[in-house]
Design a protein around this ligand. Structure first.
Ligand code: NAI
Length: 338
């Protein structure tokens, strides 16, 4: 295969000694923040996804190296790199799916909300670009605090007159991935056989694993429920502390983001029965955004499933989650409105 790898800045140059290629069927995907801890591994995983025909890597630093490196992989996707704000529009034009892991990660002692000041502005700028260049793309938002950055993105899209709530998806897959892993450990089974719905949001007590709805149906002692809930809610902090200042989850996050992006692409292709948890505009609770299981289709999150029956422990957790979520959502909305 002849891989296109323009020098950064020359967004669609084809190497002169490459024969013209028919263009493999597939989707066009952009990763914004592609040179970061999550971005690099995620870009690698998207390069090996057979549903991807074109992969655009955008960052404000280091995209030339990451692009050159990834473009040498002998998989179908054509890789192009884009560096700095002046190339954002080229990076976004024509994209079907835009994945955003741009922004600063946590250090020990920080909450996700501590990232708001820096990441809110980054997400606003990137979403303004999306509104202008690929308003119909599906957006997978990873940058924290997700509970606020998704409302920020929604406000930016509304302002630009292009908001489609079905196409804006906050990525909470890592919470599900962690929950599956930790529950499988407790049950002594293969994590690939476990599915734990995780609802609410993506920070501390807003991360609400529904252990009463685990598939395959399983029962847990009160002690196990308390251990699992705490570990799932604090899985991110576990990694932040272990990395001791070197960042937050990047590898497991790239895996989770690639899993979610693949589900979105299969939905775009028209596959039936694609269901994942995601933080989306929702009427499941009184809050304007909430994470629940959603069915992914050609239009994005085409169906939002209700919470299902909750036990008393989960109902108490839900009340706590909603209280914190309400504040985080307001903070995001106000950032754009005021
Ligand atoms: P990182 O610092 O390693 O990488 C971030 C990248 O974003 C850097 O390459 C940086 O140059 C780039 N960037 C900064 N400003 C930018 C802009 N204006 N436009 C484009 N790119 C820009 O951070 P890491 O570890 O990759 O984390 C990225 C984000 O993902 C953080 O906000 C982190 O909190 C979040 N995260 C979210 C998770 C989730 O479950 N949703 C899980 C783990 C992290």
């Amino acid at each position: 295969l002849c891989t296109e790898f323009p020098r950064v800045g020359e967004s669609s140059l084809t190497q002169s000694n490459c024969r013209a290629k028919g263009g493999a069927p597939g989707f066009k995907v952009a990763v914004l923040g592609a040179a970061g801890g999550i971005g690099q591994s995620l870009s690698l995983l998207m390069k090996i996804n057979p549903l991807v025909s074109v992969l655009h890597l955008y960052d404000v630093v280091n995209t030339p190296g990451v692009t050159a490196d990834i473009s040498h992989m002998d998989t179908g996707a054509v890789v192009r790199g884009f560096l700095g704000q002046a190339q954002l529009e080229h990076a976004l034009t024509g994209m079907d799916l835009v994945i955003i892991p741009a922004g600063v990660p946590r250090k020990p002692g920080m909450t996700r909300d501590d990232l708001f000041k820096i990441n809110a502005g980054i997400v606003r700028t990137l979403c303004e670009g999306i509104a202008k260049c690929c308003p119909h793309a599906i957006v997978n938002l990873i940058s924290n605090p997700v509970n606020s950055t998704v409302p920020i993105a929604a406000e930016v899209f509304k302002k630009a007159g292009v908001y489609d709530p079905k196409r804006l998806l906050g990525v909470t897959t890592l919470d599900v991935v962690r929950a599956n892993t930790f529950v499988a450990e407790v049950l002594g089974v293969d994590p690939r056989e476990v599915n734990v719905p995780v609802v609410g949001g993506h920070a501390g007590v807003t991360i609400l694993p529904l252990l009463s709805q685990v598939k395959p149906p399983s029962s847990f002692t009160a002690e196990e429920i308390s251990y699992l809930t705490d570990r799932i809610q604090n899985g991110g902090t576990e990694v932040v502390e272990a990395k001791a200042g070197a960042g937050s989850a990047t590898l497991s996050m790239a895996y989770a983001a690639a899993k979610f992006a693949d589900a979105c692409l299969r939905g775009l292709r028209g596959d039936a029965g694609i269901v994942e948890c995601s933080f989306v505009a929702s009427q499941v609770t009184e809050l304007p955004f909430f994470a629940t299981r959603v069915r992914l289709g050609r239009g994005g999150a085409e169906e939002i499933f209700p919470l299902g029956p909750l036990n008393e422990y989960e109902r108490a957790g839900l009340e706590k989650a909603k209280k914190e979520l309400a504040g985080s959502i307001d903070k995001g909305v106000s950032f754009i409105r005021n």
